[in-house]
Design a protein around this ligand. Structure first.
Ligand code: FES
Length: 100
């Protein structure tokens, strides 16, 4: 991403299927957070044998007080094997995770 223009970086981050990549526009961070908390219906999908997909912008708050805003689809691990918790890194396939 080094040397890429802003739009190219945004486009690449939005293509990340797990949501592990993110960005915040310096001047627009407050606007993004406001948009992510104002949705009336949140679309969450449980994938068979896989992660939980949050299909909207969201803010992830961690136990240590840190937080991050995720745009687009975010995949959260529910198998417990991800090396990038709370995000899915596809380890569920390696361990043969099975759940409806
Ligand atoms: S659900 Fe994908 S790594 Fe855990």
């Amino acid at each position: 991403m080094e040397g890429a223009n802003t739009q190219a970086i945004i486009d690449q981050v939005k293509k990340c299927p797990s949501g592990a990549l993110s960005f915040v526009m310096n001047e627009e961070a407050d606007t993004i957070i406001e948009q992510s908390t104002s949705a009336s219906i949140t679309n969450i999908e449980i994938l068979p044998n896989g992660p939980i997909l949050i299909k909207t912008n969201c803010q992830i708050s961690f136990a240590n007080g840190d937080s991050t805003v995720k745009e687009g689809v975010t995949a959260l691990c529910r198998c417990g094997a991800s090396q990038n918790k709370p995000y899915c890194d596809s380890s569920h396939s390696r361990i043969g995770f099975a759940a409806d």
